[in-house]
Ligand binder design. Sequence first.
Ligand code: MRU
Length: 358
Amino acid sequence: MKGTGMCVETIRWKNGNVELVDQRLLPARLRYVRCGTLKDIYEAITKMKVRGAPAIGVAGAYGVYLGVRGSKASSGEGFLKDVKKAVAELAGSRPTARNLFWALERMERVAVRNSGRGVGTIKKMLLKEAHDILREDDRICRALGRNGAVLIRRGSTLLTHCNAGGLATASYGTALGVMYSSKGRIKKVYVDETRPVLQGARLTAWELTSAGIPAVLITDNMAASVMATGEIDAVIVGADRIAANGDTANKIGTYNLAVLCAYHKVPFYVAAPASTFDLSTRTGRGIKIEQRHPDEVRKICGKHISVPGIDVHNPSFDVTPAKLITAIITELGLIKRPDAEKIKRTLAAGREKKPGKA
Ligand code: MRU
């Protein structure tokens, strides 16, 4: 399968519908699925046709619009009820990625702020807000990529987990965005396959090779021995939710890598936009971790690999304590050795500044 270069258009608005790359089919096929209703978006998120925290956020925003565009409400107040219902429905799709809730809150705020206006006007404003969220995502990821690129020395060998690339965002990526922004300086990237859903093997391997960045696929249990060779200069991963103190939820297996990095004295970087931070959750203990279907573990590519019906533990994410994180790379700048105070300061300063200028 030939890739698309450095940018994938993961989500687009076309002829009154949302189109999403169906990520379950990659790398064999690059195909878009059309979503014309809230139900389509909900299903795309739960079945992981679209996945990755920022991409889920963008899809959720459009989901709200699609959920209310046919609303028969005649008053702003009645329409607001429909918006709240759509928001509540989409909020039930996946619990961990903060970006989904951030986007849903943004959509609801637009409806609340404009509830005194005509229903047609509010509908238009909701669609505009979803378009803005999509466009901003690209600008934010590029700023984040530039900020992270200063950490990458010439000839670096990196390691990443899951997929925090263009496919996990609107188009450019976070952890992979840093790699795209420092492409000429990267010798190679080790890619964890990322059991059970194989986002590393299927998606990151595809993105990096498409972008011309040398990628080496390893199974998750090989990371320790690769690190022991002294070859890895840094690990860069994405994030689904970052608590106020910097504890970070990301794809299951991320915590293993952070522990390995501490032991081998390798920098461990988390790349995430401001919309991934959840200041209302004090520490990682308060982050809700999604449990997914046992068949994801029992099967590989639809085929049973164990005793059918075996009990399974399948948390989709784990939490890396802030003290294991060398820096969080954001569009607002780097937060080195993150703690509650530095995070609060960076996000507050970011509200007054343009992304990338921090
Ligand atoms: O279950 P997924 O594939 O949605 O999990 C994705 C991840 O864990 C990513 O690392 C995270 O969302 C960051 S994406 C920029």
